[in-house]
Write a protein that binds this ligand. Sequence first.
Ligand code: GLN
Length: 332
Amino acid sequence: MIPTQKTDRTILLRSSRPSIRILAAINDLHAELSGNTEGEVAAYIPELARVDPGTFAISVVTCEGEVFSVGDADTGFTLQSIANPFMYGMALDQLGRSAVERAVGVEPTGNPYHAVVLERGTNRPMNPLVNAGAIAIAGLLPGHDPTDRLNRALEAIALHIGERPAIDMGVFISESSTADRNRAIAYLMRNFGRLGGDLDETLDLYFQMCSITVNTVQLATMAATLANAGVNPRTSTRAISPVSLRDVLTVMFTCGLYEQSGRWAYRVGIPAKSGVSGGFMAVVPGRLGVAVYSPRLNTGGNSVRGIRVCEALSTQLGLHVFRNAEQRRTLE
Ligand code: GLN
């Protein structure tokens, strides 16, 4: 039981034990931000619009495999774009960097996640974390047929979680039946010879990945696996090679929050990825993974409380990658 009086929290935040400081910080932030009702729940499909906007969970999993949670940590939500860095990692591991680089760039777009736009000159999607890039990556993933491709992708995600996730069929069906914009992106890429294979099968795989359901403990475990050099700290199983992981974390750092990525890197300074469900994941390499679920989104489609939690944790625990010696104390 964490004491809630301010003096006690201050003492806990200064504790010499990192685990106490993490727990105190997330309890504190959960209490503080519960009253924040800024932002709107995604409404482009009814399945997302009908979630309880007040749901709020924070989980942290450390590279030692410790798990800390506060709030609605049992509530499931869909990964949406948070699946994108994992698909990118799968493609890198299975096809190699040059094949993936030929298909998808690594530049921040400065545009919303669903922009119908490709890179000038190459006509590739600009990066693997916006819809265009994730659809192109889905088109690259190997397998004999759609079921085999889906199973292989789910197996790779399962390594990061420690168990096989479910797909929310309601979300998947609505995604695929209201997909004109994603279809437009796919046709544009096909027009430029950037998307081979069966377009509908590729889009289905992309929507299935978006519809994977997790809770914050599972998502924080996925983030902690990326933090822990690609080895799931709760199962000790490797989920991604160190070489691919470096690329995944780099694009998360520069492109993880769509057109708000620069501000994120400036203010928070750690690799992260958001999804329109309100899921949010941040990675502190060598230390921990953070997951937040709070479905109210800002205008960029990023969870308002997700950003607030990570901003505060970055300051309180000294997580910014370019922190100076003065700010470096807290997790060491
Ligand atoms: N399913 C969403 C879409 O394709 C995913 C986007 C997101 O999470 N930003 O539009």
